[in-house]
Design a protein around this ligand. Sequence first.
Ligand code: NAD
Length: 588
Amino acid sequence: MHDQQHYIALAGIVAIFLVGVVIILRWEDVPSISVSQAEGEIGKQKYDPAKHMPSKDSIPCYDPGSMTYLGALPADTADQVKEKIKKARAAAEMWRNSSFRQRKLLLKTLLKYILHNQEAICRVASIDSGKPMVDAAFGEVMVTCEKIAWLIREGEKYLKPERRSSGAMMFYKAARVEYHPVGVVGAIVPWNYPFHNVFNPLTAALFAGNGLVIKVSEHASWSSQFYGRIISATLQAVGAPADLVQIVTGYAEAGNALVTGGVDKVIFVGSTGVGRAVLSAAAATLTPVVLELGGKDAFIVCDDADLSQAVPTALRGAFQSCGQNCAGAERFLVQAPVYGRFVDAAVGVARRLRQGPALGDAPVDCGAMCMPGLAEKVAQLVEDAVADGAKVLVGGHLVEHDSGGQFYAPTVLVGVTPAMRIWREEVFGPVMVIVQFATDDEAVRLANDCPFGLGSAVFSRSQRRANAIGRRLQAGMTSINDFATTYMCQSLPFGGVKESGFDRFAGIEGLRGLCVPKAVCEDRFPWLMRTDIPLLLQYPVGDAAFPFVCGLISMFYGLSLRDNLSGLCTVIACFLGVGGKASQKKTN
Ligand SMILES: NC(=O)c1ccc[n+]([C@@H]2O[C@H](COP(=O)([O-])OP(=O)(O)OC[C@H]3O[C@@H](n4cnc5c(N)ncnc54)[C@H](O)[C@@H]3O)[C@@H](O)[C@H]2O)c1
């Protein structure tokens, strides 16, 4: 059975490859850009927190796996951020008139560069964030390519004016929605995916005709130099304004200046606490905000699930990028009859995971914790849980690596109860909490007993059962018999409910969210019918004005033919000048 599935998957991959070849052959005219990869070479100097202190105007950068010091970047002040917004606005005024052809060319140019330089892109992301190359290829490059491919394929369709029905009363009008660029989008992003977090808002914002000012995290700023050069070269290659994208490096002050500095829409991706501060700062200028915040996804495994599929997926859901994923599986709810087998299988693999610097001499499965202090925070959450009765089956400690890097061991924890901190707080680290449930109702109750509601997953051989559970989960996304695949379908919206935020940044909804949806209404048959205000409604209104309007309402919205005809009679009577008080009575 499994062999058959593998053959089907292989045939699918070959077919997609062939389609890809055809598409690429059609892309001969896409410009090639060349970008210096100075970040490929890094020195040997070790990061020393006492020597390389962050200051108001400088951001020290280092590889969290090897602790190699990468240099310092300037931290933008509020005035500098405002200057960048101004530049982006001037460029966006030009770019809003660009054709979809030009926008697609921009994306194709970018995609071409990414495809030919995957290793360099992953290497730089790995150095900046500590994740292994394969995790970078998955989470940074693959999803970005999918997003670009979707925008090229379908983006125009969803941004073109869309016809809407005009209703019975307005049958002579044509109605449509036009999607106009908002102007300048301000994006504030975290450190977990330094490449994808930049190119995700960038591709959609530019395709929708906007400019972009993006603030990268102070914990992953170094890579923005290389990625910034890719952006500049792409803009230049397709004749787009050079200032269209501005990168801000800095701290909270710079982020706050971006929110309050006059951008037209803010996309904030980060923690729930900072999300609240962003929302409250944006209230002063009534700037719309998309909030993509924390998550603590439930991963439900029913007793009829295929464990040979569920366990490897669960492990990737927990340990991809060392658990530093917003849509990261943190609570594994497993039904009693398969709980023991699931735990044993997960523990067996988790024990064998290799951890270390992403680009060290030895191959690794798990990398480092990117943000300083995060490994200690994870350790504290696990220690608290253990003190309250939870049991560590694998890991459960900080890792002292020769490199001195920021590591927390891949961990499997059981015996966790909803009263523990680790049940409610986002871990954002490599900790697999496995909890047993008895019935589907209990799985739903446990899954929803959480302040967050970003992603979720349900495993069962019965898709019907899995969907029935999935529909009851309080989450913005649900994958059935898989994990986080909703994000690989870039036509789908990405976002959460409850403390995971609101509004959406991907998919059709996210793309249109970067536009002003302008409602337009015009005469359907201008050559035949112009809509003048009837004489009796013109100022000063005639005696029959009120019964006339009431007649119209009955005529179009009456629930029976009798009501409709009665309304019609009133309207005719008013037109003929025999309406008035009598007709008004009749209508009533
Ligand atoms: N839902 C999603 O799509 C998604 C994706 C990735 C990460 N996350 C979340 O991000 C968090 C981890 O990232 P983090 O630690 O960088 O988050 P964070 O909230 O600390 O920082 C995010 C960004 O906000 C900036 N910032 C800090 N204070 C600010 C202020 N007052 N005003 C404006 N900007 C400010 C930071 O400099 C950074 O660029 C986790 O909670 C994770 O779940 C969510």
